[in-house]
Design a protein around this ligand. Structure first.
Ligand SMILES: Cc1cc2nc3c(=O)[nH]c(=O)nc-3n(C[C@H](O)[C@H](O)[C@H](O)COP(=O)(O)OP(=O)(O)OC[C@H]3O[C@@H](n4cnc5c(N)ncnc54)[C@H](O)[C@@H]3O)c2cc1C
Length: 404
């Protein structure tokens, strides 16, 4: 049986579209199968006031580079979606929208994809179904009573769309901190159950923190450079692009009046428990910040730059260990506790114990099966806008050079 298409790419986010762009340049017949619409994740899994944390100049997508008037700004959600749509249209990316792939199997040396209305056979497949796929909840999340409104971060839209009263946010990565800041600024009482996360000033030595992240090589770290494979799950460096960009981390939120607490430890009825570990968590975050700072110091020395970033003294802070949602008027819990991979529909044994694809430069051990956009695929930057280009070029080049 002959294949219907030479290459099938699954997913029309930046990872799939960048691969499509390179294959288009090389004249390789392909299709991009997209469960919903181009850039769907940015359209529907981000809140209304969402804007990039990375400056616009980091949008270095092939053929889709940011060329607007504000390279140092931070595109809002809708402008980013427009950018993606224009990019996809510009090279007539062969996207088949509303086409979820429910299973990927092999048949001889070909692949069979289950799509609405039947099966599609392809010689090669690039799985680009998202760097941040399935929201992860703490084990005891189900302790929260069902009469409390509970939202995943991707379902949060704006302060008016949740019940009045206080809000408990569980998870203090980039998303949790940004939502905490937004809700606090609209007058909500917010308790933030914290986990550790690296932080840095938004501007270091007169340059944006992301410039330092890139130029120092921090984002070039591979899984092998981390203390353990599980360290892939630690948040990116905390900062925000809101209002033109500013510092945002445990200390800034504490100073504004957001109430910090230790890790979420479970609940009985409407009484939520937190670990008595806030000071240690903030210290662990400072240690992660200190690790990043060392990369900045090395770069500053090499290029003779002024860093101007001294670590502050420890934040001596004791968090509460209990919150009575009922008596304190808290009606909403927002879970912002990270993501895990979810490739249940890919029926090949090519995943590690954490569920991440086992691959080298995007190539799995199954000939012709590739991955794109995986967190730490090649480097830490693989699943962000800035890192997409070089990974997609490598995957596309391998496909082109190994045509059969
Ligand atoms: C809250 C948040 C904020 C972020 N902010 C930034 C930022 O400021 N700067 C930055 O550089 N990065 C940021 N990122 C990281 C990254 O850029 C985004 O996660 C980005 O969406 C990843 O692109 P992707 O193409 O890998 O995946 P996605 O954009 O998720 O695209 C995957 C596509 O695959 C489709 N799909 C999934 N499964 C199937 C299937 N079985 N069949 C068909 N289609 C399927 C989905 O519908 C989706 O359209 C952020 C991530 C998160 C979670």
């Amino acid at each position: 049986m002959s294949a219907d298409v030479e290459v099938a790419i699954v997913g029309a986010g930046q990872a799939g579209l960048a691969t499509s762009w390179y294959l288009t340049q090389a004249g390789i017949e392909h299709v991009v199968l997209e469960a919903s619409r181009v850039a769907e994740t940015w359209r529907t899994r981000r809140w209304d006031s969402f804007c990039l944390v990375t400056p616009n100049w980091t949008v270095t997508l092939p053929g889709g580079e940011y060329r607007g008037p504000d390279p140092d700004g931070f595109l809002g959600r809708d402008a980013l979606v427009d950018h993606f749509q224009r990019w996809s249209d510009s090279f007539h990316a062969p996207v088949r929208e509303n086409c979820p792939v429910s299973a990927l199997d092999g048949d001889g040396d070909e692949f069979v994809l289950e799509v609405p209305g039947g099966k599609l056979r392809a010689k090669r497949v690039v799985v680009a179904s998202g760097g941040y796929q399935r929201a992860h909840l703490p084990a005891n999340a189900s302790d929260i009573p069902t009469n409390i409104t509970q939202l995943l971060a991707e379902d949060y839209r704006n302060p008016d769309a949740i019940p009045p009263g206080g809000v408990l946010i569980v998870g203090s990565g980039q998303t949790g901190c940004q939502i905490a800041e937004e809700l606090h600024e609209t007058g909500r009482r917010v308790v933030l159950a914290c986990g550790r996360a690296p932080w840095a000033p938004r501007r270091i030595g007169g340059k944006d923190v992301v410039w330092w992240v890139i130029e120092s090589g921090f984002w070039n770290r591979t899984v092998a450079d981390l203390p353990s494979p599980a360290a892939r799950l630690i948040s990116n460096v905390l900062a925000t692009g809101h209002g033109g960009g500013h510092d945002m981390h445990h200390r800034t939120l504490h100073a504004k009046g957001v109430e910090l607490a230790g890790h979420f430890a479970g609940a009985e009825d409407r009484r939520v428990h937190f670990a008595d570990d806030l000071a240690q968590t903030v210290q662990a975050s400072d240690n992660l910040a200190g690790t990043f700072r060392k990369w900045c110091v090395a770069l500053a020395e090499k290029r003779n730059l002024d860093l101007g970033w001294e670590m502050p003294p420890p934040l001596e802070i004791k968090g509460r260990t209990e919150l009575d949602l009922a008596s304190e008027g808290f009606e909403t819990v927002i879970w912002t506790t990270g993501y895990r991979p979810d490739y249940a529909w890919v029926r090949f044994p090519v995943f590690d114990e954490m569920g991440f694809p086992i691959q080298q430069d995007g190539r799995s051990r199954v000939p012709g099966l590739y991955f794109m956009g995986v967190h730490f695929q090649r480097k830490q930057q693989s699943a962000v806008l800035h890192g997409t280009r070089e990974d997609a070029e490598l995957v596309a080049r391998h496909i082109v050079e190994n045509r059969r």
